[in-house]
Design a protein around this ligand. Structure first.
Ligand SMILES: Cc1cc2nc3c(=O)[nH]c(=O)nc-3n(C[C@H](O)[C@H](O)[C@H](O)COP(=O)(O)OP(=O)(O)OC[C@H]3O[C@@H](n4cnc5c(N)ncnc54)[C@H](O)[C@@H]3O)c2cc1C
Length: 453
């Protein structure tokens, strides 16, 4: 008997741990709910709801393969080695199969499991190329995205990207035992907008590839348009893999890896950003503990005014686009990428609040909360990250609004009181908590400590 331990890979397709374990003989699956750990990691109630629905769906999918999913609750990652050892003993299991994760606490948890004497086999399925596999000629991690991407594309062009097949059913003749639904006893927020299943993730992908990807480069920055894949909640919990995404893209667009200036290549570019941040996270594990990537960032004198932070969190800065974006986050658990950049820039550079405060607030509300992408995005905006926004580049929230929400269509969805304003008027602040021009000059001074970098 082998155990397959599911983590952020809640799928039966393209799941090497599952497929390879099944090739070795009978399998039982396990998922550990870790409420206290999730609290420490600021997992959002909407993501917990999505996890609950996803594991119930996974339990059903596994049942169709004749595999039981045991869902166990322990408080912390630290409790898992003992729980897993007990389970191995009970099931007389010789090996545990799992797919890799990139976060420092998760990596340390796996080391502790192995130190417990459990034969834990880890497979790479989170990235298309493993962290540490895309390096400079000197064998170091790239510090700039573009050469990383060029190297990544070159390596991926030579790969067979066929996803792992789902395993054959273990006992084809027997009836499917429908598993009892599992409930996670934590505060949750309804995630029903995103159907929690692998099929739903595939539908998002197919719809996006059929209708939107070719125009992605033209429309992806406009939050009122439906133009991006909305796959991030599925990728964050592994209901779909990036390899499945890229494989499906290449079947339709065989030139997708050509690094052209079109929608298809622009979308590939975003998948590579995801990988870039994951590679950085694994090679710099302390980023997951709040370290600045650029150590000069330690010298930034954050002002951290709690009143300004509260106004930002509540979408009450007075800047219509920032406030509408924060409402999108609070109400739906998701925020458009352009707006994540605008809000993160506003918090760090207009309000002079530490990026870690914003990173945490995002994580507490996002359905797609993901340490590597969130940290990468925040440190990019705060200019402390790897290949980040230059420190002197400060988004003007009014110009961002005029450019990317020209008719105020997005703003009007989240602030109906402004909907009557003309396309010209709607972008301007009403009782702003800071004046853009003043804030910009202060930020330039405060962030100038990054100049030496
Ligand atoms: C401050 C900030 C915080 C962020 N926090 C998160 C987070 O917690 N979780 C998360 O998944 N993404 C995060 N992002 C990245 C990005 O905003 C989202 O991945 C994207 O908006 C998801 O929408 P989509 O699935 O429609 O993306 P698409 O545009 O369709 O892109 C496809 C996929 O590529 C990946 N991707 C796209 N853009 C980025 C990017 N800039 N960095 C890393 N991966 C990217 C995502 O997995 C995304 O699902 C953050 C960005 C910023 C600026």
């Amino acid at each position: 008997m082998q155990i397959v331990w599911f983590r952020k890979d809640l799928r039966i397709h393209d799941n090497p741990a599952l497929t390879l374990a099944c090739q070795n003989g009978p399998v039982t699956a396990v998922y550990f709910v870790t409420p206290l750990q999730w609290q420490q990691h600021d997992v959002a109630p909407i993501q917990i709801d999505f996890i609950e629905k996803s594991i119930n769906q996974l339990a059903y999918s596994l049942a169709t393969l004749g595999i039981e999913l045991i869902v166990e609750t322990v408080d912390l990652f630290d409790d898992i080695p003992d729980a897993l050892a007990t389970l191995c003993k009970k099931l007389n299991a010789s090996q545990v199969f799992a797919n890799s994760e990139v976060e420092v606490d998760e990596i340390n948890r796996d080391i502790k499991v192995q130190q417990q004497g459990i034969d834990l086999q880890i497979f790479q399925a989170d990235c298309i190329l493993n962290p540490g596999q895309v390096l400079t000629q000197q064998g170091t991690m790239f510090k700039v995205f573009t050469p990383f991407k060029i190297n990544w594309l070159k390596q991926v062009q030579a790969l067979d990207l066929s996803p792992y097949c789902k395993p054959a059913a273990q006992n084809a003749a027997s009836e499917i035992i429908i598993p009892t639904a599992f409930t996670i006893d934590r505060p949750k927020k309804d995630s029903a907008y995103w159907l929690a299943s692998e099929d739903a993730a595939q539908t998002h992908l197919v719809d996006f590839l059929d209708q939107f990807v070719e125009y992605y480069h033209l429309k992806r920055d406009f939050p009122a348009k439906q133009a991006t894949s909305m796959l991030s909640p599925y990728l964050a919990l592994g209901l779909i893999s990036t390899k499945q995404c890229l494989h499906a893209l290449l079947l339709r667009f065989p030139d997708a890896l050509d690094n052209a200036k079109n929608g298809v290549s622009t979308w590939v570019n975003e998948l590579v950003w995801r990988e870039f941040y994951r590679h950085i996270m694994v090679l710099n594990p302390n980023l997951g503990k709040g370290d600045n990537y650029n150590k000069l960032g330690n010298q930034i004198q954050w002002q951290n005014d709690p009143k300004l932070f509260k106004a930002w969190c509540e979408g009450k800065t007075g800047y219509p686009l920032v406030d509408a974006a924060m409402q999108q986050l609070i109400q739906t658990g998701w925020m458009h990428n352009r707006l994540r950049m605008v809000c993160a820039s506003f918090l760090t550079k207009h309000l002079l609040i530490d990026w870690r405060w914003g990173e945490r607030f995002f994580k507490q509300h996002l359905i797609d909360g993901d340490l590597a992408s969130n940290n990468g995005g925040w440190q990019w905006a705060a200019s402390t990250g790897c290949d980040a926004q230059p420190y002197f580049r400060i988004f003007n929230p009014i110009i961002q609004s005029q450019k990317f929400d020209p008719n105020g269509q997005f703003i009007s969805i989240y602030n109906q009181a402004l909907a009557h304003l003309s396309d010209k008027q709607i972008h301007f602040p009403v009782n702003p908590i800071v004046e853009h021009k003043v804030a910009r000059l202060t930020a330039l001074q405060l962030f100038s400590v990054l100049k030496k970098g």
